[in-house]
Design a protein around this ligand. Structure first.
Ligand SMILES: Nc1ncnc2c1ncn2[C@@H]1O[C@H](COP(=O)(O)OP(=O)(O)OP(=O)(O)O)[C@@H](O)[C@H]1O
Ligand SMILES: [Mg+2]
Length: 340
C-alpha cells in the first residue's frame, strides 16, 4: 500500500477519538486562593479532538510547539486520564474499561515511543532485559517463547545480527540504536496501535530515514495503526497516510497526505506548510503568521486562530467553526473554507 492510499473505509478503526479533552488545572496564587477569587482556570491543552486510525494507517499530527500534540498522544495511550470525550479502542470505549485485566489488555494493545531514547530505557538493563520486560508483564503464561519473542522484536526493529546486541547496555549503543531498542520494546507485545512522539527529532539526520521506514513497515506489514507526532512536515510526506494539523488544542484540518501538504485549505495549515522550507514547491506564496500563539488558558472567542488570521471576518470572532467535510476526504474547521 502506498502512503497516499487510504485504507478502505470498510476496515474498522483500531482507534477512534471523539471530542477528546485534556485540561490541566492552573494553580492559583496564594492571594487568590485566600479570597477565593474567580473561577478555576485550566490549560486547555487538548480541547475537542476527533480522529480515527485504521489498521495499516499512519496518521501524522503536526502543529507548532505547545499546540497539544504530545498531550493528545499520551491521553490516547491512556498515560493521562482524559478530561472529556471518548476513546474507542478496537470497538471498545476506554471509559468503560475499569478492571485491571482489561486495562492491562489495552496497555498491551497500545504502545508509545518517545522522543528521547536515553530517558526511555533503564540504564541498568541490557538490551535483552529491556525488551523482555514488557513481554514478561503482558504474556507471563508464554514463558517458553519469551526468548524467541525478544529476538523477533529486535529483528523487526532492525538490530541485526541480534546476537551482537542482546547483552549490550544503553551506554554501549548509539542514539539510533537506542531508539531501535525502545521501538523493539514497544512492538515486542505485538500492539495494534502505536503512538510515536517525535521519534527521530533527537537523532542524527543520517539515521532518521531508517527509523521512519521501520514505522511505515509496521503499518503496512504488521497492520498496525500509528499516530506519528512531529514538527517536521517533510518526514510526514514520506510515512503518513493522512495528516492532521493542530492549533491550540484542536484539529483545524485533516485529510490525505498529498492533499494537505500540496493544497492546504485552512489558513493556519496554509501558513504552517508554507513556512516549512522543503514544502515550498513551485510558486507557493509564503504566508505570514500574525502575532504569537495565544496561551491555552484564555482562548480567543470564536475561531481560536482568528487573532492571527489575515482573512478573519466578523463571524470568525464570535462563532467557533466545527471540523466539517470540505470534499476530497478532507475536513477543515474554518468558516471561510466551509462556506466556499
Ligand atoms: N502537565 C501539564 N500541566 C500543565 N500544562 C501542561 C502540562 N503538559 C502540557 N501542558 C501545556 O499544554 C499545552 C500543550 O502541550 P504539549 O506538550 O501537548 O504540546 P506539543 O504540541 O507536544 O508541543 P511540542 O511541539 O513543543 O512538543 C502547552 O501549553 C503546555 O504548556
Ligand atoms: Mg510534544
Amino acid at each position: 500500500m502506498s502512503p497516499e492510499t487510504e485504507r478502505a473505509d470498510t476496515v474498522p478503526p483500531i482507534i477512534e477519538v471523539r471530542g477528546l479533552r485534556k485540561w490541566y488545572p492552573v494553580r492559583s496564587g496564594f492571594f487568590a486562593s485566600l479570597v477565593g477569587a474567580g473561577e478555576a482556570k485550566h490549560v486547555k491543552a487538548v480541547d475537542g479532538v476527533d480522529f480515527t486510525i485504521r489498521p495499516g494507517e499512519v496518521l501524522g499530527l503536526a502543529g507548532e510547539s505547545g499546540c497539544g500534540k504530545s498531550t493528545t498522544g499520551m491521553t490516547v495511550a491512556k498515560l493521562h486520564e482524559p478530561s472529556g470525550g471518548s476513546i474507542i479502542f478496537d470497538g471498545e470505549d476506554l471509559a468503560s474499561i475499569t478492571g485491571r485485566q482489561r486495562l492491562k489488555r489495552f496497555r498491551r494493545g497500545a504502545q508509545i515511543v518517545f522522543q528521547n531514547p536515553y530517558e526511555s530505557l533503564n540504564p541498568r538493563f541490557n538490551v535483552y532485559q529491556s525488551v523482555l520486560e514488557p513481554i514478561a508483564i503482558h504474556m507471563p503464561a508464554e514463558q517458553s517463547s519469551h526468548e524467541a519473542m525478544v529476538h523477533r522484536a529486535l529483528e523487526r526493529a532492525g538490530l541485526l545480527p541480534v546476537k551482537n546486541f542482546v547483552s549490550r547496555y544503553p551506554h554501549e549503543l548509539s542514539g539510533g540504536q537506542l531508539q531501535r531498542v525502545a521501538i523493539a520494546r514497544a512492538i515486542a507485545v505485538e500492539p495494534r496501535f502505536l503512538v510515536a512522539d517525535e521519534p527521530v527529532s533527537m537523532l542524527d539526520v543520517s539515521v532518521r530515514a531508517g527509523i521512519l521506514n521501520l514505522l511505515r513497515k509496521f503499518a503496512t506489514e504488521l497492520d498496525m495503526g500509528i499516530l506519528y507526532i512531529s514538527h517536521d512536515l517533510s518526514t510526514m510526506r514520506h510515512i503518513c497516510t493522512r495528516i492532521a494539523i493542530m492549533y491550540l488544542g484542536r484539529i483545524v484540518e485533516i485529510g490525505p497526505t498529498a492533499q494537505i501538504l500540496d493544497d492546504p485549505q485552512h489558513p493556519y495549515a496554509q501558513a504552517l506548510i508554507a513556512a516549512a522550507p522543503v514544502m515550498r514547491r513551485g510558486a507557493r506564496k509564503r504566508i505570514h503568521l500574525e502575532g504569537a500563539v495565544p496561551n491555552p488558558i484564555d482562548l480567543p472567542l470564536g475561531c481560536r486562530f482568528n487573532p492571527r488570521c489575515s482573512r478573519a471576518v466578523a463571524l470568525c470572532r464570535t462563532q467557533e467553526p466545527l471540523l466539517e467535510p470540505i470534499g476530497g476526504r478532507r475536513q477543515a474547521a474554518c468558516h471561510l473554507v466551509n462556506q466556499s
